[in-house]
Design a protein around this ligand. Structure first.
Ligand SMILES: Cc1ncc(COP(=O)(O)O)c(C=O)c1O
Length: 461
């Protein structure tokens, strides 16, 4: 018997309106009422009134990589919690050991897994590692952390200090000192106009910032392998390899934020693995357990781990003195291991790569028909459409147009995402990131509905 059976739909709606503070949503919008989902299966969702939706957003924010209603994960969590739900991560546990071993198997060159419970937190751990290494080895001087314009790294003040999205940061300052922005690598809006070696030039922009700040002051660089919320921006040719080389040259730790791209979203286990680079630290959350439990991982090389392990009479402070209470919650790694089994047994990385290409091709067909679609970008099942007023100027449409597209899709039973109050002028991108178990028929429906929505839009002014 469900603990919610005693409540009517009206009561639930009214309790929600009275007491729940919805994420990223102003009160007036929430007041109008929004879908209140009660059930999910695969990519299908049902709201409390019984309306059905096809979810091409993986839970709104790129989370449910293996889809809804996965009994195997629920059972794995339930079995683990009946045995033992929790002990602090300072002790060992079966699920933490087993998932770490399986994860590291997918990440050549990486060795150690630090558990916590959110993407922001995973990045905070990485920042603390850089800072502690700076104190231990460089007298605190090599403490600066560089982040890239348009990337997002989380909601905590530290992670927001490392976020290159003006509207996401606005009104939350002052920020943490020592976080420095470098320019984006977004070829569609190239800083150099059309140029053949854009990737190398964009990487040079990062090196320029390192040289300006002083390489002996920079300890870390954080990047998303593919910028997700900032507009689905793929690194241009040669860019990430050059970034890796520049970091090596100046003894700077390369942190790759795989919170969105990790665990199959791009058709490989990790986004960075498309680009032949070896990070020092990799962070991940969302798809690690597809939203069945809250878990994040900060994964490091053995070299980084070793730099933070001293414990002697001379140096009592030399190891990584960090803990997150919920990094010890055993539901997380239990769910993550079952999630990984599904990805493997159902060949979902392959499905993601194949159907991701179909999705991208379908979106490009729409682009050829509708001039409002300025650019279509994607890799695997992470795709974005940039909406513009005029193909010559590439002037972005107002955020309200992206909202209109998302709402029209919702009206037609399809859920997609968008850049949400992230930039002053570039909230003009809608995105698709269905669960990796999407079928061809479902993909066709996504494209059909998008086609109908674009056909119904007025000509851009
Ligand atoms: C690339 C990236 N990093 C970090 C985060 C923060 O993760 P969380 O919301 O779990 O703290 C997000 C969230 O959307 C993200 O997209």
């Amino acid at each position: 018997m469900s603990q919610y059976n005693e409540y009517s739909t009206e009561q639930i709606r009214s309790m929600d309106k009275a007491h729940v503070w919805h994420h990223l949503t102003p009160g007036a919008a929430a007041e109008k009422g929004m879908p209140l989902f009660v059930k999910g299966e695969g990519l299908d969702l049902w709201d409390i009134e019984g309306n059905q939706y096809l979810d091409a957003s993986a839970g709104g924010v790129w989370v449910t990589n293996v889809g809804y209603g996965r009994k195997e994960i629920v059972n794995a969590i339930s079995e683990q919690l009946m045995q033992l739900n929790y002990f602090a991560g300072s002790m060992a546990s079966k699920p933490a050991a087993v998932f770490a071993d399986r994860l590291i198997d997918k990440m050549p060159g990486m060795q150690r897994v630090f558990y916590a419970s959110s993407g922001s937190e995973a990045n905070e751990k990485a920042f603390k590692m850089v800072r502690q290494i700076s104190h231990k080895e460089y007298g605190g001087k090599k403490h600066k952390i560089l982040y890239r314009e348009r990337d997002y790294h989380g909601t905590t003040i530290g992670a927001l200090s490392a976020t290159g999205q003006l509207q996401r940061r606005d009104q939350f300052g002052p920020f943490v000192p020592g976080f420095i922005e470098f320019p984006h690598c977004f070829e569609y809006r190239s800083q150099f106009g059309a140029t053949e070696d854009y990737g190398l030039k964009a990487a040079q922009l990062m090196e320029d910032v390192i040289l300006r700040e002083g390489p002996d002051t920079v300890g870390g660089v954080i990047i998303e392998p593919i910028t997700a919320g900032g507009g689905v921006i793929l690194p241009p040719e040669g860019y990430l390899k050059a970034v890796e080389q520049i970091c090596k040259k100046y003894d700077i730790l390369l942190i790759v934020d795989e919170v969105v791209c990790g665990l199959g979203r791009t058709g490989k286990w990790f986004g960075y693995q498309h680009y032949d680079i070896q990070p020092d630290i990799v962070t991940m959350a969302k798809g690690v357990a597809s939203g069945y439990a809250a878990i994040s991982c900060t994964v490091t090389t053995e070299a980084v781990y070793k730099r933070l392990q001293e414990d002697s009479a001379d140096d009592k402070m030399g190891f990584f003195r960090d803990i997150s209470t919920y990094g010890g919650c055993m539901a997380g790694p239990a769910a993550a291991a079952a999630n990984m089994t599904i990805l493997e047994e159902e060949n979902l990385l392959e499905n993601c790569a194949t159907l991701g290409k179909t999705l991208l091709d379908g979106l490009k067909t729409l682009q050829a028909k509708y001039p409002i679609i300025g650019d279509v970008r994607g890799i695997g099942l992470l795709c974005g459409i940039e909406l513009i007023k005029d193909p010559d100027t590439k002037e972005p449409v107002d955020e309200s147009v992206a909202i209109q597209v998302v709402n029209a899709c919702k009206q037609a039973g399809l859920l997609i995402g968008r850049t949400n109050r992230s930039f002053d002028e570039y909230n003009n991108i809608v995105n698709m990131s269905p669960a990796l178990c999407i079928t061809e028929a479902q993909l066709e429906r996504v494209l059909d509905i998008l086609g109908e929505v674009f056909a119904s839009l007025p000509e851009p002014k």
